[in-house]
Design a protein around this ligand. Structure first.
Ligand code: TYM
Length: 331
């Protein structure tokens, strides 16, 4: 009996700075959970990072460090295809073709573009604007069934479906329509300094973001200083976004449900919650940081992983591109 075709997953992160606790909870925990059931392609989307000007030496190091962080988070290179987007040339080829299938009206509506344009007023480049098209190409190239991401990527995944439907209706059934996968809780981890906004790699206030490479001391400091409220009542509700965020993080990194945590800390208050959460974070992040450092000392090993990843990804990508080129009539 032939083996049923395994469903496919594609996802990725931009190698800007280093991974945050938001990336870890919103995306990487799901990637790891799904690695046994699906054929998974997890990319370091280095071309997407080029929309912001950077120092090439630091960028190169960040790209390598991201692969080391993926591995340190436990992604198994035997089970998953780990690779750099720029090593698989078909991403940029499909990007152009799908750019011709995407309306400016659609790109104008992208909230991430609006936010980024607001933040980088001196460099609102065309890449920033067409960024979502490259993301659409990333996903469709692998005929992904599922895309595990945080809540902030929802609009980009919806665009991916719209473009795939338009292409299929125009040139024939070429692309699989992907579904979004977001974790039930933790799909949007908030800044520790401003719990109304998302925890982000590029937040100017570094105290709002926990990075997977932060020292123990920094982690404790950031948690202790995190913004809560003056109610001094541990509850999981929208009116107390700071405490809600701490409970979410705690629950995602432990075996406690939110309800159990609320009960555990009801009579203890914010101080105890922060102390225990800081300890839990230190114990979670320290092994990741240490493993990351070991991988960074073994660049040959990293190279063997990303070369193997690019080879495998290229085969699948080329299979899709052959269909795409034929379907649109390129000679
Ligand atoms: P990026 O690099 O900003 O983030 C990587 C992943 O982490 C999730 N995430 C969060 N989840 C919860 N809380 C947060 N505070 C938080 N911050 C980030 C993101 O939702 C994402 O899943 N455009 C994408 C990269 C990309 C991509 C793709 C993703 C390019 N092509 C194709 C999926 C499929 C991005 O900038 O992610």
């Amino acid at each position: 009996m032939s083996k049923q075709k395994q469903k496919v997953i594609f996802s990725g992160a931009q190698p800007t700075g280093s991974l945050t606790l938001g990336n870890y909870i919103g995306a990487i925990q799901s990637w790891k959970d799904l690695e046994n059931e699906f054929e998974c392609y997890y990319s370091i989307v280095d071309l997407h990072s080029l929309t912001i000007r950077h120092d090439p030496k630091k960028f190169r190091k960040a790209c390598l460090s991201f692969l080391a962080q993926y591995l340190a988070c436990g992604l198994d290179p035997e089970k998953n295809t780990l690779f750099y987007q720029s090593h698989v040339k078909q991403h940029t080829e499909l990007n152009w073709i799908l750019g011709c299938m995407t309306y400016m009206g659609e790109l104008n509506r992208m909230t991430q573009f609006k936010e980024k344009a607001e933040k980088h007023k001196d460099n609102i480049n065309a890449g920033l604007y067409t960024y979502p098209v490259l993301q659409v190409a990333d996903i469709l190239l692998y005929q992904a069934d599922l895309v595990p991401v945080g809540e902030d990527q929802r609009q980009h995944i919806e665009l991916t479906r719209d473009v795939a439907i338009r292409f299929n209706n125009t040139y024939g059934e070429v692309f699989t329509l992907p579904d979004i996968y977001v974790p039930k809780i933790g799909a949007k981890i908030m800044s520790l300094q401003d719990p109304e906004s998302k925890m982000s790699k590029s937040d100017e206030n570094v105290n709002g973001t926990i990075f997977l490479l932060d020292s123990d001391k920094d982690i404790v400091k950031k948690v202790k200083r995190s913004v809560t409220d003056s109610e001094n009542r541990v509850a999981y509700r929208d009116e107390q976004p700071g405490v809600k965020n701490l409970l979410t993080i705690y629950s995602k990194l432990s075996d406690y449900s939110i309800e159990e945590l609320v009960e555990k800390y009801a009579s203890k208050g914010y101080g105890a919650l922060k102390t225990d959460l800081a300890e839990l974070l230190v114990e979670t992040i320290r092994p990741i940081r240490e493993k990351h450092n070991e991988y960074m000392d073994n660049l040959d090993y990293l190279a063997s992983i990303y070369k193997k990843g690019a080879e495998k990804a290229s085969i699948v990508a080329e299979r899709t591109m052959t269909k795409v080129r034929e379907s649109i009539g390129l000679v």
